[in-house]
Design a protein around this ligand. Structure first.
Ligand code: NI
Length: 129
């Protein structure tokens, strides 16, 4: 038989609504899943972040609730509920949430939230929910 190897981790579904009730702080991504070399993260945003880029990692932002404004140096994009945007590696970006926004992030495990910038908003250890 093939395809019967035991998984290292139990296979469980994830309910995003339940996970979102477990935390309230902004700009603090939580790990809610992992696949291959990537994490699935959940984050609540409000206000403006910092301009930064990720030298080696692309970043996916999927908006669950609210509206995310992603600023680039030559344009801005509004990402509505049910939409996602992929920010390619090396591209400087500034996420802005005029009102509270809930976002799923999909990115390599090596991705640091503030990318090339290190300041008080940099988080090296993310909580797993
Ligand atoms: Ni980024």
């Amino acid at each position: 038989m093939s395809g019967t190897q035991a998984s290292a981790r139990p296979i469980e579904k994830v309910n995003l609504t339940e996970k979102l009730e477990l935390f309230h702080e902004y700009w603090s991504p939580k790990i809610v899943g992992e696949l291959n070399d990537s994490y699935v993260k959940l984050v609540k945003l409000k206000g403006e972040f910092v301009w930064h880029f990720h030298e080696h990692e692309d970043e996916l932002f999927l908006v669950l609730k609210g509206r995310l404004l992603m600023k680039f140096h030559n344009r801005e994009v509004r990402i509505e509920e049910g939409e996602f945007i992929i920010v390619p590696r090396g591209v400087e970006h500034l996420p802005v949430a005029e009102e509270e926004v809930h976002v799923v992030l999909l990115e390599l495990k090596t991705t640091l939230n503030t990318g090339n910038i290190q300041n008080e908003r940099t988080l090296r250890q993310l909580e797993k929910l």
